[in-house]
Design a protein around this ligand. Structure first.
Ligand code: PRP
Length: 211
């Protein structure tokens, strides 16, 4: 039996993903050791391998077959738009993709004005403004702390993730429009899904029973 490999997202989603795997009986004790510098962890009983990757890289590992299964945020899946199957909503990591800004910027969204939008998610942002709102906008790609952009005058609004809303509140910004809800999803390589249908199906069902 060959190993099935899981790519998990480092950071916020990692602990919740590990807990879900554990509850489903497919965990990996080795991964609990936070001081470990190992990159790959193995569950010999079920012939599973796990590794942690940066969020935007998880769909890449899965599309190329370096991982059979991945757990990734819906934001990353939408933004990267890879040829992978999204098979399960794990429901944790729930948050929203929103258009945010100072309250007054709400007016700019009503009249199809040419506005500047800062975001870490240019593809999601483009799809929302161009295809759903039919509004032409100038998209400015940033890599983090997106809330800074309207405060320092780089953009009129931002397209970003809102979880608790505290970053917005503490910086005098509000949600102006909701783009879509987000949460952690299980994704599967398209070839693995055919070749390892039974094993992967069992894993997905085990996770489904434990969310
Ligand atoms: C995310 C997001 C917001 C914040 C929202 O940033 O981009 O800035 O979390 O969370 P809240 O609604 O609970 O305040 P993250 O912390 O991932 O870092 P980043 O700003 O560097 O992208």
């Amino acid at each position: 039996m060959r190993y099935l490999t899981f790519a998990l997202t480092k950071g916020r989603l990692a602990d919740k993903t590990l807990a879900a795997l554990e509850k489903s009986g497919i965990g990996c004790d080795e991964m609990k050791d936070k001081s470990s510098r190992k990159l790959i962890f193995v569950n010999e009983e079920y012939k599973l391998k796990f590794f942690l990757a940066k969020g935007p890289d998880v769909p890449t590992y899965v599309e190329h077959g370096a991982a059979d299964i991945g757990v990734s945020g819906k934001d990353i899946i939408m933004e990267e738009n890879m040829n992978i199957y999204e098979v399960l909503d794990l429901r944790f990591g729930a948050c929203r993709m929103c258009i945010c800004g100072p309250k007054e910027a709400g007016e700019l969204l009503k009249h199809h004005e040419m506005i500047k939008v800062a975001t870490k998610y240019p593809n999601i942002c483009k799809d929302y403004f161009y295809n759903k709102k039919h509004q032409t906008v100038d998209i400015i790609k940033l890599n983090g702390s997106i809330e800074l952009a309207p405060i320092v005058g780089l953009s009129d609004v931002i397209c970003d993730i809102v979880e608790t809303g505290s970053t917005l509140r503490e910086n005098g910004l509000v949600v102006l429009e909701e783009v879509c809800p987000l949460s952690a999803r299980v994704v599967v390589n398209q070839v693995s899904m055919r070749m390892e249908a039974e094993r992967i199906g069992k894993i997905i069902n085990a996770l489904k029973d434990n969310i």
